[in-house]
Write a protein that binds this ligand. Structure first.
Ligand code: ZN
Length: 99
């Protein structure tokens, strides 16, 4: 059977509120830690946004290099970054509002 690629769910499927981590497990010794842990900001980005951020850092923050690697125009990549910046600002506001 082909392994299923699973994505970390970021919001509640029932009410759409952000999810927290309440359990972590060590696969080596089967220890489980439970509590209420906030996801780090970058982990709250959708998987494709997070991959863009990783690629951006690995290209030393060069949108020109990113555009070449993705086969997209510079303005397209610039718009994509602006969307991610807006997304990060919204997440930061939500984190502040929940404290
Ligand atoms: Zn362990």
């Amino acid at each position: 059977m082909k392994p299923i690629k699973k994505f970390l769910p970021l919001s509640c499927p029932s009410c759409a509120s952000p999810l927290k981590v309440t359990s972590l497990a060590c696969e080596a010794c089967d220890t489980t830690v439970s509590g209420s842990f906030e996801l780090p900001l970058l982990a709250r980005l959708p998987a494709d946004d997070l991959q863009f951020v990783i690629d951006f850092v690995k290209s030393s923050g060069s949108l020109k290099v990113m555009a070449q690697q993705l086969g997209l125009s510079y303005p397209t990549v610039r718009n994509r970054l602006d969307d991610i910046i807006a997304n990060i600002e919204t997440i930061e506001k939500n984190i502040k509002a929940s404290r």
